[in-house]
Design a protein around this ligand. Structure first.
Ligand SMILES: Nc1ncnc2c1ncn2[C@@H]1O[C@H](COP(=O)(O)OP(=O)(O)O)[C@@H](O)[C@H]1O
Ligand SMILES: O=C(OP(=O)(O)O)[C@H](O)COP(=O)(O)O
Length: 396
């Protein structure tokens, strides 16, 4: 018997199936720029529609504080329609009259997306009345959002305890693939953690340093460490109030024998925009009116040298603001290097995260990696050995 109930165990005909998916996709000017997370949920949607269920998709987008139309899921629902090749309805709220009347109009085999769950404070609080309001809209709950499973929210955890709960196809395959690739990784293991979600990913590094041999800290995360070590980072993305936590992580790494690699140079600019005037500087030379938007070429060379000694790579979070040229250079260079080594058979590589996957696609190498997960933070917490609330709630 498997650890979870799956869609194979469910009677789906004519049922209202609440499916938690991750529609937190990269977007620019109202357009989805990477559809990996949409493609990942197609098998679950099709399994349910083929069996005559009504698919009610629940998801968050961004981190709004209350209702905020700029964080609406409406354009994502449109993009999903394109991927699915069939009509996808949309309801302007995920609870209440707007949701229930739209769902009541669904015929068997039809699909609807409900508006951003994070428009309601009860979502992140996992508030019982909000869980109740969501549960009243469905007969069955399916979680297909491995990438949001590290959040104990109403739609990722609370609902699984309220309705008959099943793992979706993507949830199943993510857990199986990560277990196969990383349950007993060949050492040395090199991890790259970068990106912009500094506060939500910094603390997990304290445990990660006990699991990996080399930790390359990149992106906005690196700026926070550089500042904690007394370097001036100007206007860079940086969480100065996390300096103590950053220093504690460096101590933990030392105690665990994990080598920490920080950028030695940076590409800096005065404006956060594509093709902004920029210069390459050492990390001691960032001006007060400048911001670090990418790692420099010397850092890329250091990472290449560290990769020479690694057998397994895990990666979440880009080296820079890769959506804007030329600040994609370090991310693209390291991605191509890892891809090449993986193809040559000298490295096993696992990468994940909404933006990281978009960056690998941008570099044209996602297909070269051993495994690409939809998940970033959730994948790192899984790697830390932490129980993920969204996964735990699904266990039989
Ligand atoms: N130095 C930097 N300054 C500003 N933003 C950065 C910097 N480095 C990386 N980023 C941003 O980090 C974002 C991705 O971070 P994150 O959400 O943590 O990754 P993922 O979605 O892969 O988990 C990208 O939008 C990228 O532009
Ligand atoms: O994009 C996500 O995670 P990721 O940035 O770690 O890939 C998930 O949708 C979780 O979003 P959250 O970090 O706002 O809870």
């Amino acid at each position: 018997m498997t650890a979870f109930r799956t869609l194979d165990d469910a009677d789906l005909a004519d049922k209202r199936v609440l499916v938690r998916v991750d529609l937190n996709v990269p977007m620019e000017s109202g357009r989805v720029t990477d559809e990996t997370r949409l493609k990942a949920i197609l098998p679950t949607i099709r399994t349910i529609t083929d069996k005559g269920g009504k698919v009610v998709l629940l998801a968050h987008f961004g981190r709004p504080k209350g209702r905020d139309e700029s964080q609406s899921l409406a354009p994502v629902a449109k993009a999903l329609e394109g991927q699915l090749g069939r009509k996808v309805a949309f309801a302007s709220d995920c609870v209440g009259e707007a949701a229930s009347s739209a769902i009541s109009r669904l015929a068997a085999g039809e699909v609807i997306v409900l508006e951003n769950t994070r428009f309601h404070a009860g979502e992140e609080k996992n508030a019982p009345d909000f869980v109740e309001a969501l549960a009243s809209l469905g007969d069955i709950y399916v979680n297909d959002a491995f990438s949001a499973a590290h959040r104990a929210h109403a739609s990722t955890e609370g609902l699984a305890r309220k309705l008959p709960a099943y793992a979706g196809r993507s949830m199943e395959s993510e857990l199986a693939a990560l277990t196969k690739a990383l349950e007993a990784p060949v050492r040395p293991v090199l991890a790259v953690v970068g990106g912009s979600k500094v506060s939500s990913k910094l603390e997990l590094l304290g445990n990660l340093v006990k699991k990996v041999d080399i930790l390359v800290i990149a992106g906005g995360m690196a700026n926070t460490f550089l500042a904690a070590l007394g370097k001036k980072v100007g206007k860079s993305l940086c969480e100065h109030d996390l300096a103590d936590t950053a220093r504690e992580i460096l101590e933990k790494a030392k105690a665990a024998g994990c080598e920490i690699v920080l950028p030695v140079d940076a590409v800096v600019a005065k404006e956060f925009k594509a093709n902004a005037a920029h210069r390459v500087v050492g990390v001691d030379e960032v001006g007060d009116d400048e911001m670090i938007l990418d790692a420099g070429p010397e850092t890329v060379a250091v990472v290449a040298q560290k990769l020479d000694g690694a057998k397994t790579v895990v990666w979440n979070g880009p080296f820079g603001a890769f959506e804007m040229t030329p600040f994609d250079a370090a991310t693209v260079a390291v991605a191509r290097d890892v891809g090449k080594r993986t193809r040559a058979g000298t490295l096993l590589s696992v990468a994940g995260g909404g933006d990281t996957v978009a960056a690998l696609n941008h570099a044209g190498v996602a297909g070269d990696f051993s495994y690409v997960s939809t998940a970033g933070g959730a994948f790192l917490e899984w790697l830390e050995g932490k129980a993920l609330p969204g996964v735990e709630a699904l266990r039989r």
